[in-house]
Design a binder for this molecule. Structure first.
Ligand code: NAI
Length: 268
């Protein structure tokens, strides 16, 4: 370990179970010397195993529905009290589509479900940054990261309305990143991760074929949740101070591929 986050304070959204990308980020942040608050939706806290992670990393858990400005405000205020000052890093690792859950086809969207999924998966990122910005809760040279997927740029038919949510999420990172950079010297980025076997990931129809295809297409193979955590830690560290408003692909090279030899072999 490199003490990359020694003395840094953070808030980590979205650790549900050991598979969660946010779970791995919390473990790695702890190893790198950070202190942080863990948060998730109240229902996830009832279902999940977050207390075990809190114990392991010496963290407190605060329930917050990321679509509620009231909850986020209380979360940020309490986090600053617990951690004793401003926040250096924030991970937004939240995604959910009701249309996907209910197996409703993209061409037949239920728009109440679309709106709910958009609020949770995309607009919540704006709400979190709104509170952090207006409360001046972030330290100078702080870093905010949200997780995204390449369906924001290219079509993956079964990714459904999450593709649109991710496009919106990535746009918020750019738009808010301008104001956060200009006014508070805080950077805002999205990390576009390979398909990863988690609760959210496995909910996508045909996930097994999908992850296998990405593995065969990527010269370095798919990036794991732990590798995603490592990259996220580097984005929270002082080694990446001038990286902002970017969508950063962390996918073993997948996003620049046309076709690979192992995939071609299947057609020859
Ligand atoms: P996960 O299922 O472990 O995490 C999703 C989290 O969102 C859960 O902890 C859940 O409780 C939380 N959440 C849902 N509604 C919420 C609400 N209203 N308020 C607060 N939190 C809420 O799955 P995973 O894969 O770790 O997902 C984390 C992020 O990574 C998501 O943004 C996902 O889209 C993204 N991602 C995942 C990939 C994958 O293949 N698993 C690939 C690329 C990006």
């Amino acid at each position: 370990m490199y003490n990359l986050l020694k003395g840094k304070k953070g808030i980590i959204f979205g650790a549900l179970n050991e598979q969660s990308i946010a779970w791995k980020v919390a473990e790695r942040a702890h190893e790198e010397g950070a202190e942080f608050v863990l948060t998730n939706a109240p229902i996830a806290l009832r279902m999940g195993q977050l207390n075990a992670l809190a114990e392991k990393t010496g963290s407190q858990v605060i329930a917050a529905d990321a679509t509620s400005l009231e909850d986020i405000t209380a979360l940020v205020e309490q986090s600053m009290e617990i951690l004793g000052g401003k926040i250096d890093f924030v991970l937004h690792s939240i995604g959910m589509s009701v249309n996907v859950r209910k197996k409703i086809h993209y061409t037949d969207s239920n728009y109440d479900f679309t709106a709910k999924g958009w609020d949770i998966s995309a607009l919540s990122f704006h709400k979190v940054m709104n509170v952090l910005y207006n409360k001046k809760a972030m330290s100078e040279w702080g870093s905010i990261v949200a997780l995204t997927y390449m369906a924001a740029q290219r079509v993956f038919p079964d990714y459904n309305d999450m593709a649109d949510n991710k496009a919106y999420l990535e746009s918020i990172a750019r738009s808010f990143g301008y104001f956060f950079g200009r006014d508070h010297k805080v950077r805002v980025n999205t990390i576009s991760q390979s398909p990863t076997p988690t609760t959210a990931g496995s909910g996508v129809k045909g996930f097994d074929g999908f992850i296998e295809y990405a593995e065969k297409m990527s010269p370095l193979g798919n990036a794991s949740a732990l590798e995603c955590a490592d990259y996220t830690i580097s984005m929270f560290s002082d080694l990446t101070k001038k990286v902002t408003m970017q969508n950063l692909f962390h996918d073993g090279g997948f996003s620049n591929m046309g076709v690979s030899d192992p995939v071609m072999e299947k057609f020859e």
